[in-house]
Design a binder for this molecule. Structure first.
Ligand code: ADP
Ligand code: MG
Length: 715
């Protein structure tokens, strides 16, 4: 057993002798290698390493992924078939035999009043010596009713003193993630040993008054209970402490980041005066919708101050985000600043460039396209002009703009359709002498809990309605026996002059295989269902020029159908394209399906989307059902969020942040709100976490998020 190092120290010193063995510090105790833990042992070390468990500290912070509840103690008369139950009973008889196939079978008959229960153990002959008649035990297992009697195979056994019979209760056992060669019992034992060794060495990161005020258990109380809880209530309290802590630390990091970039950053104030507003709205070929007007006001209010804007604009596909972006960019240009619009792909960048060029054809605004496929000489010339301030508005791809372009006077950066554009990726556009304002746009609405975490330091504007006279998209599930009818319909609409997309199945193996499968699909259609029509093809393995050419041919109507993979081009704008077939739809996420379908909701004709699927699970059924019933991207995003497990689209990791270990953004939404509010207050009062009582929290924030959020040396 572990002895307190402090008392050992005191003993040795009291003898006046020099300290023979140095006393271990708390940090050293926590760093104890797993092989020195009870149950650790050298041959377990590599197994534990696979689980990232190397030290005692790793072990105690390896939170259970679930619990096995043995607290349901009930009389035999109330057993239910197969339901995990605990029961207190007395050993009545023990027998042991060898079955016909050579297995040893130990049977123990237990009695409880007038009821009996038989427990059996296979291939564990020593179990017969485990019990003596008249002994009282607590058994936990799954009862089965066999041959007129309840039976439990391999129950857990806990001996009970006779006087404890009434109060005996089962436990809540931790269930950990395992690796082959290591079982729950072994890891439980190691964890218990690590806890015994370390609990007294744990430092409390929260000041005592804070714990009290927020009803949080101290760490030395909470940690053992997270693993081996006395009861449900203690488990909840213990878990709450760590969930809160994890979310609070994340929110602190985000609040610090925000404080630095927003409150302390310095951007040019770019006010949208009435005169500027009039000039811009005159350029637009349509009236802005009330929704566009509202988000423009929010953006304009941000841009008018010297605090850099950090705003996320979310709006369903086709809601008209580009016009909003163009407006904001022209405000910057009107003030003599540059603005840049970054798209995730070459095709989208070109599309934006075409839109913007057309809008600004009658104006003095100097614009440039900067992408990978622009010829080198031309690009070098653009880069020179941008650095010299001879270009006002730049459209490009993110890959190109990232860190390579030098701006003379960047006032606004707009990032389009970048769902994975988390807090981390933003500070890419640095320039001497001030920060630009940022506007990030996405068509995939972000569930609120995500907006508060991975997008935690962004303000959110939402574009809810579609521009007027938008036609709906009708969506149909097309089962294999309805395919012929669907293609018939597709052909009829093509003959009426409409155009359409065919989205081929998602292939995960490689871009190579995907290109092959889309080519096959193209061949099959060109020689089959769509024989009579002109088809185009777009996939990820084509060069930028080839893609551009295919897109242009489709846009101009030269090709009637575009066969494409899903990876290409969210947000393509071809108003005459009103038909879409999505093959193998169950392989796509709901948000992605809705995005795809958004491409045929652009013009004055209604859209028709045929979703080819044979849903195999309840979940994919529910998803496709939702897709057919709802045309509202926000509603669908919520449904998707509810249907999917946590850690999927929610993955903090996807956004460049370390994964959450115990908190679940979906389940723990209420604690998240609380932690967020508290963290904001905390940082407002002590922006650098500089107070001595916040030292440990500060260290924890830096250790966890310092790098990913580029916090540098806080304070
Ligand atoms: P998204 O939000 O998906 O990026 P876009 O900005 O591409 O949407 O807009 C989709 C289409 O709607 C474009 O063809 C655009 O010209 C048109 N549009 C945008 N705003 C309006 C408006 N206020 N009135 C009419 N049409 C509009
Ligand atoms: Mg768009």
């Amino acid at each position: 057993m572990y002895t307190d190092p402090m008392s050992a120290n005191a003993r040795e010193n009291s003898g006046g002798e020099p300290v023979a063995r140095p006393v271990k510090t708390a940090a050293e105790i926590l760093a104890t290698p797993v092989q020195f833990l009870p149950g650790g042992g050298p041959n377990r070390v590599p197994l534990l390493a696979k689980l990232d468990l190397r030290t005692a500290k790793d072990v105690i912070f390896n939170f259970p992924r679930d619990y096995q509840d043995l607290t349901d103690v009930r009389p035999i008369a109330e057993f239910e078939e197969g339901k995990l139950t605990s029961v207190v009973a007395t050993v009545e008889d023990i027998d042991s035999r060898v079955s016909m196939n050579g297995r040893s079978v130990v049977g123990v008959l237990f009695r409880q009043g007038r009821e009996y229960l038989r427990a059996i153990w296979f291939n564990m002959p020593y179990m017969q010596n485990h019990f003596t008649r008249g002994q009282t035990v607590l058994l936990s297992g799954q009862p089965k009713y066999m041959g007129g009697r309840w039976e439990m195979a391999h129950p857990r056994v806990q001996f009970v003193e006779p006087e404890e019979q009434e109060s005996a209760r089962g436990r809540l056992l931790p269930v950990y993630s395992l690796t082959e060669g290591l079982n729950q019992e072994q890891l439980r034992r190691i964890t218990r040993g690590a806890l015994d060794l370390c609990v007294e060495s744990l430092d409390e990161v929260f000041p005592a008054a804070y714990l009290e005020a927020h009803k949080l258990w101290p760490i030395r109380r909470a940690l053992p209970q997270v693993h081996f809880a006395d009861d449900r209530a203690s488990l909840e309290q213990a878990r709450r402490r760590f969930i809160y802590q994890e979310l609070f630390v994340l929110q602190l990091a985000l609040a610090i980041k925000r404080h630095r970039t927003h409150d302390e950053g310095h951007a040019p104030p770019l006010e949208a005066t009435a005169r500027i507003d009039a000039r811009i709205t005159r350029l637009l070929p349509f009236e802005l919708t009330a929704g566009q007007r509202r988000v423009i006001d929010e953006i304009a209010a941000d841009m008018a101050t010297t605090k850099p804007m950090n705003r996320l604009l979310q709006g369903d596909v086709g809601s008209g985000k580009t016009a909003v972006a163009v407006y904001a960019m022209l405000v910057a240009v009107a003030h003599g600043h540059q603005a840049v619009l970054m798209a995730p792909t070459e095709v989208l960048a070109r599309q934006h460039f075409a839109t913007v060029s057309q809008l600004l054809s009658g104006s003095q605004v100097r614009i440039a396209l900067v992408t990978g496929s622009v010829p080198a000489a031309e690009r070098a010339e653009s880069e020179r002009k941008i650095a010299a301030g001879e270009i006002d508005l730049i459209v490009g791809t993110q890959a190109i703009v990232r860190g390579e372009l030098e701006f003379a006077k960047l006032g606004l950066a707009v990032i389009d359709e970048q769902h994975k554009f988390g807090v981390r990726q933003r500070a890419l556009l640095r320039q001497a002498g001030g920060d630009p304002h940022y506007l990030v746009m996405t068509a995939t609405p972000i569930p609120r809990t995500m907006a508060m975490t991975v997008f935690g330091d962004l303000d959110v504007s939402t574009l809810r309605e579609q521009p007027p006279n938008r036609q709906p998209v009708h969506t149909y599930l097309v089962s294999p026996d309805q395919r012929e009818k669907w293609w018939e319909f597709f052909r009829r609409k093509l003959s009426e002059g409409r155009q359409g997309y065919v989205i081929t199945p998602l292939v995960e193996e490689s871009a190579e295989v995907e290109a092959m499968s889309v080519r096959q699909a193209y061949e099959a259609l060109a020689n089959g269902e769509l024989e009579a029509f002109k088809l185009g093809l777009v996939h990820g393995r084509m060069s930028a020029e080839e893609k551009h050419a295919a897109m242009e041919a489709f846009r101009s109507g030269e090709t009637q159908v575009l066969v494409a993979t899903s990876v290409v081009e969210v947000g393509v704008d071809v108003p005459n394209a009103t038909l879409m077939t999505i093959e193998d739809a169950e392989r796509f996420g709901l948000a992605q399906l809705h995005q795809l379908r958004g491409r045929i909701r652009r013009g004055k004709y209604p859209g028709y989307c045929g979703v080819g699927a044979e849903p195999k699970s309840d979940e994919s059924n529910a998803r496709l059902d939702a897709l057919v019933k709802s045309n509202d991207g926000f509603e669908l995003a919520e449904i998707d969020f509810q249907l999917r497990g946590p850690g999927d689209m929610l993955g903090t990791r996807q956004h460049g942040l370390p994964p959450l270990l115990i908190a679940d953004l979906k389940r723990d939404a209420a604690i998240l709100e609380e932690a967020r509010r508290d963290a904001k207050e905390f940082v407002a009062a002590d922006p650098g976490l500089a107070l001595p009582e916040h030292k440990l929290l500060r260290r924890m924030v830096l250790a966890r998020y310092g790098e990913s959020l580029d916090l540098g040396d806080v304070g």
